[in-house]
Write a protein that binds this ligand. Structure first.
Ligand code: ADP
Ligand code: GLC
Length: 477
């Protein structure tokens, strides 16, 4: 099975969120199952330096300018990587999608058209002496690839991963002609979305199979509340829409061997937790003490419900908790979090930025992990926290509903706590409920142990992807 996995980010080369982790973990697990899997990503600054065995390959034949592929391996894996080296589009200081100040790059439509075109050509065997059985694209940045393969007799099967429907790749109608996209697809059953170009429709309409990252999210996106206007199309394609829950990289996220932690542990362990709690408290300027710490790590965007945490804050502090937040994103939320930290010195610690070591430390040094997301296609942080013995407090949507079992609803199997509604009062109530259990150490250890014992590795999910690849390839004959 030859698979080209096309993505705009892949840890450790480039990462802004969960897609980066998935690109690494899933391709590695597929390679371990014996698939010949190659990953295509743009050559952002610094990415090539992290590849194993990097060499520069010939120019991409039909592209203008000095476009090349840099070939190597994803560190520590058998996954082949091609970095699309197109310096005018990708060699710039800032993030993959936006400037350091958070403004979307103004030419993102050109940048990711190029990535989609190269993905299609590589997969079809037009660039190198290798062709894919399956082209697996991910999110809007690679979603136009199936458009360039449609109508061909001989072509790879196409699978598209929906990691977050909120990002549809919308651009003004004027960009459509300028990008040279096929005139006959400018209509609502093609790439048009209410008068705009929607990159994501390239795959929602034309990919052979659609996969989203949890079964619940696969159902939710067929409804107006979660469909971002695409629910009708997704409902229409429901026979080709699958939900496969994400795994995690259990080597990178392992409390037994995590080099970022002050104390490592293999079972619920109050001494290790206290040491990790102290280390986090010190790192972010919280008061010392053995009282509970609540942790949050994530992109600061509407989706993640950070405002619910701020709404709930008076009750959380009144319950005796301290709060640590790590994240970056919307300016408004960054300012609000910083203000909360100033208002409650020693009780609220906020770090604005991206910090992998601190993310690991918060997972191990908090007593509860907060994830009050309004929607969550899968979510990885709650899986990390389960594995680290830090019960998550979640709004039961998407992957959060599929991976966290409420302790009070299921006393024998519970691993975390569900919010009864998507608001600050419900978050406060769920945390108060959790802290009542936390007082009872034996009961708490049992909850922690159940979470830690869960199977979160990529193995089963990678098998599900491989089965799906086989199915779509067989269907193409
Ligand atoms: P999403 O993909 O929506 O951002 P996920 O929970 O799937 O959410 O994945 C988020 C990933 O990004 C996790 O690995 C998390 O630890 C990481 N992450 C997010 N924000 C930060 C940050 N500020 N510092 C370090 N890691 C972060
Ligand atoms: C997205 C989603 C998140 C998911 C991740 C990886 O960014 O917001 O829920 O875990 O992609 O699939």
């Amino acid at each position: 099975m030859k698979v080209l996995f096309a993505t705009a980010e892949a840890w450790p080369l480039a990462k802004t969120g969960g897609l980066g982790d998935v690109a690494f973990g899933l391709t590695r697990a597929l390679a371990e199952l014996g698939c010949d899997v190659r990953l295509l990503m743009p050559a952002y600054p610094g990415a090539a330096e992290q590849l194993e065995g990097a060499v520069r390959r010939r120019q991409v034949p039909w592209a203008d300018g000095d476009v090349a592929l840099i070939e190597g391996r994803l560190p520590g894996t058998d996954v082949g990587v091609w970095l699309l080296d197109d310096p005018p589009l990708f060699a710039r200081v800032g993030g993959p999608y936006a400037t350091a100040g958070g403004e979307a790059w103004p030419d993102n439509h050109r940048r990711f058209l190029r990535l989609s075109q190269v993905a299609a050509a590589l997969a079809a065997g037009e660039v190198l002496d290798w062709r894919a059985d399956v082209l697996h694209g991910n999110d809007w940045q690679t979603a136009l690839a199936p458009v360039f393969l449609r109508g061909r007799g001989e072509r790879p099967a196409t699978v598209f991963g929906i990691h977050n429907l909120a990002y549809r790749g919308l651009f003004p109608a004027e960009s459509y002609a300028r990008l040279g996209l096929p005139a006959e697809l400018w209509h609502p059953e093609g790439l048009e979305f209410f008068g705009q170009l929607a990159f994501i429709k390239g795959s929602l309409v034309f990919a052979d199979a659609l996969v989203t990252v949890s079964p619940t999210y696969a159902r939710e996106i067929q409804t107006p509340a979660f469909g971002w206007g695409l629910e009708g199309l997704l409902y229409h394609r429901r026979d080709r829409l699958f939900g496969i829950v994400n795994g995690i990289d259990t080597d990178t996220w392992d409390p037994r061997s995590d080099r970022h932690l002050a104390a490592r542990y293999s079972a619920p362990d109050d001494r290790a937790r206290a040491a990790n709690r102290r280390a986090v408290a010190q790192a972010v300027g919280l008061d010392a003490g053995d009282g509970p710490v609540l942790g949050f790590v994530g992109r600061l965007v509407e989706q993640k419900g950070v405002d619910l945490i701020l709404d709930a804050l008076p009750r959380l502090l009144a319950a005796g908790a301290r709060l640590v937040c790590l994240g970056a994103g919307d300016h408004r939320l960054e300012v609000a979090l910083r203000a909360a930290a100033q208002q409650h010195p020693g009780r609220v610690g906020v770090v604005i930025g991206y910090d992998e070591a601190l993310a690991h430390q918060i997972e191990a040094g908090s007593d509860l992990f907060l994830m009050p997301s309004r929607f969550e296609p899968c979510g990885l942080n709650q899986l990390y926290s389960l594995r680290y013995g830090t019960p998550p407090v979640v709004y039961p949507t998407g992957g959060l509903a599929d991976t966290v079992v409420d302790v009070d609803a299921h006393p024998q199997g519970g691993t975390g706590f569900h919010l009864a509604a998507s608001d600050g009062a419900a978050l406060a109530a769920a945390v108060e409920r959790a802290l009542a259990h936390w007082q009872d150490r034996a009961a708490w250890h049992a909850i922690q142990a159940r979470g830690m014992a869960g199977a979160y590795s990529w193995e089963a999910s990678a098998q599900a992807y491989r089965d799906l690849y086989r199915e779509v390839v067989a269907e193409r004959g």
